[in-house]
Design a protein around this ligand. Structure first.
Ligand code: PEP
Ligand code: MN
Length: 298
């Protein structure tokens, strides 16, 4: 593949692939990373699903979600105990559960039997979070915190790197290179919406960038997951954008699922409920077969 780029710096040049992110760069069209996390294969026939609430609100909530999403086909339980909340104000409902939340995730993982992906935001909590997380999530806001990326990489744990909503593919792959540079090869990229002037709804903060999926797959061998919940910020758009994400070539899907979406402690406009999730999984499987000759159901 020959990439013409007269204006290096904005988009990816041929030179970048060799000198800026040689570890992340695809070496030939068939070069695709395949690895297993807790028996779930990435980059293979399966398109894994991560599902769960935005925030680990309580022990009851996380057990309820873990059981129901597992039954309906999710491969990983998602949920933040440490949350990058945009404003510093907290209320009884709108608060992080932090160390306690991580403990509940650990209990749900053990008792329900589903692996966990959860975010870590501060270096001092990396040891605690990596004890429970099967995949460490690096949130969009930390994507370019390079010393933090290095510290997470050094745990040797699989890492999902969410794209910052203002980052180019070039900057995103540069950040991923920091993780591979530490010898950590289990890296998953996640598109979660970008900042643009128009989002077609006043409540939607971001626009899903599905074009980045085929673009990333031209440049890198790493799997790319899409998070249509954070990208659309609007429940009615989540199912169609999930199916479109799979059709665009996504290697995984992250979805916010809550038993009572309207009363979700954080971002109540975006989660879907258990029934919607179950129905969507069936359609995801059909689109996965039709568009990628892959499956979401093992
Ligand atoms: C999340 O997945 O909970 C989250 C905070 O995502 P992002 O970093 O993409 O905003
Ligand atoms: Mn969120």
């Amino acid at each position: 593949m020959k990439i013409e780029n007269k204006f290096p710096g904005k988009d990816i040049s041929e030179e970048d692939l060799k000198t800026k992110f040689p570890l992340v760069a695809k070496k030939n069209p068939n070069h695709v990373s395949k690895f297993e996390i807790q028996g779930v294969e990435f980059g293979g026939d399966l398109i894994p699903i991560f599902a769960g609430p935005n925030m680990v609100e309580s022990k009851e909530l996380i057990f309820n979600v873990a059981e129901n999403i597992k039954k309906k086909g999710a491969h990983f339980l998602r949920g933040g105990a440490f949350k990058p909340l945009t404003f510093p104000y907290r209320s009884e409902k709108y608060t992080e559960t932090r160390e306690e939340g991580i403990k509940w995730l650990a209990e749900a993982k053990k008792e329900v039997g589903i692996p966990v992906i959860t975010e870590v935001m501060e270096e001092k909590f990396i040891p605690l979070v990596s004890e429970t997380a099967d995949i460490i999530q690096i949130g969009s806001r930390n994507m370019q915190n390079y010393p933090f990326l290095t510290a997470c990489a050094k745990t040797g744990k699989p890492i999902m790197l969410k794209r910052h909503y203002g980052a180019s593919l070039r900057d995103w792959l540069g950040a991923a290179e920091y993780i591979l540079y530490e010898g950590n090869k289990k890296v998953i990229l996640c598109e979660r919406g970008v900042s643009v002037p128009h989002t077609h709804r006043s409540t939607s903060r971001f626009l899903i960038d599905l074009q980045v999926v085929p673009a990333a797959k031209e440049m890198t061998h790493l799997p790319i997951v899409v998070d249509p919940s954070h990208a659309t910020f609007w429940r009615p758009w989540v199912p169609s954008m999930t199916l479109a994400s799979i059709a665009s070539g996504a290697d995984g899907i992250m979805l916010e699922v809550h038993p009572d979406p309207k009363n979700s402690a954080v971002d109540p406009l975006q989660p879907i409920d258990f029934n919607e999730f179950g129905e969507l999984v069936k359609k995801m499987n059909l689109v996965a077969i039709a568009s990628q000759n892959r499956k979401v159901i093992k």
